[in-house]
Write a protein that binds this ligand. Sequence first.
Ligand SMILES: [Cu+2]
Length: 307
Amino acid sequence: MVKTVSIAALVCALSAFGVSAKEFQEHNNMMNHGDGHLMDMDGGMVMGQNTDTLPGGCDKIVATKEITVHAGHKYSEKFPGTMWAFDQQEYQFEPCTKLTVHFVNDDEIRHQWMMHGLPKYLYPKGMFHLEVSGPGSVSGTLILPPGDKTYLVHCDIAQHMEKGMKAQFKVGKGGEDLPSIPGLTASVFPDDYSGKPFSAEAFEAQEAAARVANAAMEAAASKPSSQSGDSGAAGDDSFLSGVGVVGLAIGLLAAPFLAKRFKGMSVGEVIATVFEWVSQVIGFVMNMISKLLKKFLSKKAIPLPDK
Ligand SMILES: [Cu+2]
């Protein structure tokens, strides 16, 4: 009997130890795996660190800055319907700034501060990534690219971004605002607090509009190839077509700008950058088309109330 009781006491003591709060841990002694990838066996990780390579188009590091970013459940409390958040929802720094981010996880679970859309020739998969499992901190450094652009920052753990852990990072003047940033921009899928019962007709109308928009986007995507086929058949006899002359003129005018932009890059990096631009232009055009269609075909998203 005494033995049973003592075993029970031991189990209780061990389980109490197991669920007690983990101690805050500074992950400052990580293993360097090269290519800006550092990690330890305790859940600290940095990926895409770049402390010394200037992005193409930057002549020098214009400023050296540091920020401390917190992640945790408690920061979501002021945003209805969310569960996780960073302590800040927007950051802004000058292009070509060398920035050190100190990432602090205030929760008992795993969080990330992941920045997307960076130039892929310098940042693997276009990402700069900080991660801490449980309470602790990790620090990483990157050099911001040139140009005005708004980058997505989020935590990629399942449902953490969807439930609020999302922010936008403006370089220079920034670009277009991102949707669904808590307290900052309207949701793509606004919560419905109207209390109206579900309407199958309204839902079907919405779906039909989305199908029309998709079909139009696909048609637009396949158009350039059929067009070039037509013009090829019609304009084979003249070597320098009108389009060709215009293209040549634009190329000559843009040459000095491109030379500066590509200074110091290898051929591979130049090609990667050009492809990135082309895909951005295509993405922009698609975005415009879908926005126009949305404007005419579907109901407007509910804007955020004024603060
Ligand atoms: Cu998270």
